[in-house]
Write a protein of this length. Structure first.
Length: 114
């Protein structure tokens, strides 16, 4: 729907729950001052391994782009940066792991580097 001239998206209850859990986990790691220049975001999504080997790539759903969108939205809402458009470089991987979780690293980008 559109509210006050801006699109508003509906989150199913499961997504809303994941969003709230993620924000609650992220808030304690936010920087003292939000990033205001370009950054590289490196993320490793670590899923419970079940019958897979620890460190084996996960090549099934969810898609990395969907995971990243939710994460970056939550990081914006919890004050990591002024706008997730500042993320100019991303490295994203999904693995099966003994210890599940999300490993996140943010690196400031230097001007003029490729």
């Amino acid at each position: 729907m559109v509210k006050n001239g801006k699109p508003v998206f509906y989150d199913p209850p499961a997504v809303l729950g994941a969003r709230n859990t993620l924000k609650a986990s992220l808030v304690k790691y936010r920087p003292d001052k939000p990033y205001s220049a370009g950054v590289r975001l490196i993320v490793k999504w670590l899923f419970p391994k079940g019958r897979h080997q620890n460190g084996e790539y996960r090549t099934t759903k969810p898609d990395t782009d969907n995971l990243q969108k939710l994460l970056k939205d939550c990081m914006t809402q919890t004050g990591f940066w002024k706008d997730d458009a500042l993320v100019a470089s991303e490295i994203v991987e999904k693995f099966w792991a003994d210890i599940p979780g999300i490993w996140i690293r943010i690196e400031p980008l230097e001007e003029g580097t490729l």
